[in-house]
Write a protein that binds this ligand. Structure first.
Ligand code: UT7
Length: 326
């Protein structure tokens, strides 16, 4: 049986660290509120000129080096982002050019915080039906650009960064066992950036209105996230005939430590089996899972044969899971 194996990972975080204390100087918040309600201590913010594709390219180069392949071996690029460099061309095409690859498909995928798992699911289909042999899957975001830095409800939550994985089609039992992708547009307005699309083109009137920035009904979203993620992880396990005790490592989307802990509790997983890095990076949307994966790989938290479970939840609403045998 052909499966998609992750054979290399990479990540990139911008150099600038912004602590909770620094944000408390700009808006009416405190380190204590942010830490206890979210688990976040600091986040990385990209430089003014640094783009989503810059960060994606850097993460991709590191994943390529880690996999020990030549960029020319990559025959598919899927880049998940909600903050592309521009409407078009896609950020994936810009990354492709920088990697020196010509003629292979490259496209962006929009599923907000679930973007990386959506991209993983799409790439997995290409590999398993032999349309591609080696895929580069990237999650890259510059959320700092869509935040209202005077809104304490949202500006404390997000950060910038990128992560990438190289997938290779291989015969055997190891690799992606399943992906499950879901969406419910009923809740489309629960988390959105309404600007700059064809509905709300940027005009003088739009600037400095709410539509200019990310808006979120955080508390409602929190409750839907906890319930939906519980269903998503149970669905992934059931589809593979596995029990929660079979999960060696959970790599969740990094939105809020209380959401992550609720899912771990539902599975009966001790927090030692859960990758958490949001205290350092905040919520980096589609980049959060591949960054966490790369850190887990590089700190030897994953051994061959381990069952690794991924889950995510975000704007759309979208939610997704992936289960891998490493
Ligand atoms: O990644 C995609 C999906 N995103 C999510 O899943 C985010 C899900 N939601 C959350 O993580 C949480 O709902 C938040 C962290 C956004 C908010 O935490 P909460 O415990 O749900 O707080 P809340 O929204 O119910 O607000 C409680 C209070 C409010 O004050 P009042 O109305 O009770 O006086 C807020 O105005 O906390 C206030 N508040 C703040 N206070 C200090 C909101 N943000 C801040 C802040 N500092 N930064």
């Amino acid at each position: 049986m052909i499966r998609s194996r992750i054979v290399g990972t990479g990540s990139y975080l911008p150099a600038q660290v912004v602590t909770n204390a620094e944000l408390a100087k700009r808006v009416d918040t405190s380190d204590e509120w942010i830490r206890t309600r979210t688990g976040i201590r600091e986040r990385r913010i990209a430089a003014e000129e640094e783009t989503t594709s810059d960060m994606g390219t850097e993460a991709a180069n590191r994943a390529v080096a880690h996999a020990g392949i030549a960029p020319s071996e990559i025959d598919l690029i899927v880049l998940a982002t909600a903050t592309p460099d521009m409407s078009f061309p896609s950020s994936a095409c810009i990354v492709q050019h920088r990697l020196g690859i010509i003629g292979k498909p490259a496209f962006d995928l929009s599923a907000a915080c679930s973007g990386f798992l959506y991209a993983l699911g799409v790439a997995d289909q290409f590999l398993r039906n032999r349309s591609a042999r080696t895929a580069l899957v990237i999650g890259a975001e510059k959320f700092s650009r869509v935040l209202d830095w005077s809104d304490r409800n949202t500006c404390v939550l997000f950060g910038d960064g990128a992560g990438a994985a190289i997938l290779r089609a291989e015969e055997g039992e190891r690799g992606i066992l399943s992906t499950h992708l879901h969406a419910d547009g009923t809740y489309a307005d629960m988390l959105m950036v309404a600007r700059s699309g064809s509905r709300n083109p940027i005009t003088q009137e739009l600037i400095r209105t709410e539509a200019e920035y990310l808006v979120m009904r955080g508390n409602e979203l929190f409750r839907v996230a906890v319930k939906t993620l519980e269903e998503a992880v149970l669905e992934a396990l059931a589809a593979n005939g596995l029990q929660a005790a079979d999960v060696d490592l959970l790599i969740p989307h990094q939105a809020n430590i209380r959401i992550i802990a609720a899912t771990a509790k539902r599975l009966g997983l001790p927090m030692e089996k859960v990758v958490v890095n949001l205290e350092r990076y905040g919520n980096t949307s589609a980049a959060s899972i591949p960054i966490a994966l790369d850190e887990a790989v590089r700190t030897d938290r994953i051994r061959p044969g381990d069952h690794v479970l991924f889950e995510s939840f975000g704007g759309g609403l979208t939610w997704a899971s992936a289960l891998l045998k490493w």
